[in-house]
Design a protein around this ligand. Structure first.
Ligand SMILES: NC(=O)c1ccc[n+]([C@@H]2O[C@H](COP(=O)([O-])OP(=O)(O)OC[C@H]3O[C@@H](n4cnc5c(N)ncnc54)[C@H](OP(=O)(O)O)[C@@H]3O)[C@@H](O)[C@H]2O)c1
Length: 325
């Protein structure tokens, strides 16, 4: 199989993890780094053995040896930087959340089609074996008719520690950063909701510090989900049915261990070898090898539906990034 040359645009915290996953993959090579800072680009390139380091994102995107560019800048730049890469004819893996809103997401998908390039959202949880396991249990009716799901993703941070999370202009707040994970679990299992509500405690700059989401699905299931960047939680997901329950153990979004309780108790090890992000890198390689322009798992339809849902939830919480600039 061909060795794919990756370019990393915005070498921050998550980019390090993705670079490790590329190194673990059979067919990936960390080839070029694009940063706004010369030192950062050079240091990151040295650490991961990249042959090229560029001090502008534009220069990185102009390198026609690249097979794919990974966008790892803050949420508010995902659209701009993905468009920059795709207009240079580059394939793109873009970090989650795909964009600030559905309008930006639509622009990105249109640009991918116009330039005939591959584009995928880096929502890695959807690619994990545990996701398939839970879906199989639900399809097999292992807990009977589903009544309720609860899930959360919370952590404690501060503007000093992670400034971008507290900045409305950078798409800050819990929803786009971590709320997207319990939403992804619920919507992967039950589809997108037919009814929803959301409430949040806002920071003084008006982004959601803690947010609660209530969803109702066509199959009658209801989900109570929450996320926070100012408090901790267990990070567990529980799906309750008429005849039992499924527990996705913390950290539920990594889907590494699942317990089925339905008269008897059975625990499944759904862990995987290597980086949490390796399967995502492999999905990109598989799609590129087959000449696909879209992943069948993290499809355009999935990404766009999630962006619309998060727009609607944000409206309910009265969070508007663009008005706060
Ligand atoms: N998939 C996951 O599990 C996961 C985990 C964490 C984060 N993420 C996502 O990845 C993205 C980046 O998060 P991160 O935690 O890696 O952020 P980070 O550490 O702050 O890194 C972001 C990088 O973007 C570049 N950048 C460009 N303009 C910027 C600006 N105005 N302010 C700050 N940085 C800017 C910087 O690179 P240069 O200065 O070198 O150009 C910076 O290193 C977010 O969208 C986040 O949701 C995903």
């Amino acid at each position: 199989m061909k060795k794919f040359k990756w370019g990393i645009l915005g070498p921050g915290r998550i980019a390090e993890k993705l670079a490790e996953a590329i190194q673990q993959s059979d067919n990936g090579e960390v080839y070029a780094i694009g940063s706004r800072s010369l030192d950062k680009a050079a240091n990151f390139a040295k650490r991961f053995g990249a042959s090229k380091s560029y001090t502008s994102y534009e220069e990185l995107c102009a390198d026609d040896k690249l097979d794919i560019i990974y966008i790892a800048t803050p949420h508010s730049f995902h659209c701009e930087h993905s468009l920059l890469a795709m207009k240079h004819g580059r394939n793109v893996l873009c970090e989650k959340p795909f964009a600030l809103d559905a309008e930006e997401a639509t622009k990105m998908i249109t640009c991918a089609k116009e330039n005939n390039v591959f584009l995928m959202e880096a929502m890695w949880s959807r690619l994990l074996p545990g996701m398939k396991k839970v879906k199989n249990l639900l399809e097999q009716n292992a807990i009977g008719s589903v009544k309720k799901m609860t899930a959360d993703f919370c952590f404690t941070s501060s503007p000093q520690e992670k400034a971008r999370l507290f900045e409305p202009s950078l798409g800050g707040g819990a929803l786009l950063d971590v709320g997207i994970y319990p939403l992804t679990l619920a919507c992967s299992f039950f589809g997108f909701p037919i009814k929803f509500e959301a409430k949040a405690d806002l920071t003084d700059k008006g982004v959601d510090a803690t947010s609660h989401y209530y969803l109702e699905f066509a199959n009658g299931a209801k989900a109570e989900l929450y996320s926070s960047m100012v408090q901790e939680s267990k990070g567990e997901a529980i799906i309750e049915g008429e005849e039992g329950r499924i527990i996705i153990h913390p950290k539920a979004w990594t889907l590494k261990e699942v317990t089925l309780e339905n008269g008897k108790v059975e625990t499944f090890d759904t862990s995987y070898e290597g980086s949490d992000y390796l399967l995502q890198v492999e999905e990109v390689h598989k799609c590129l090898n087959k000449g696909m322009k879209e992943s069948s798992i993290n499809s355009f339809e999935w990404t766009l539906s999630m962006m619309h849902l998060m727009d609607d939830l944000r409206e309910k919480m009265a969070v508007n990034y663009k008005l706060k600039e």
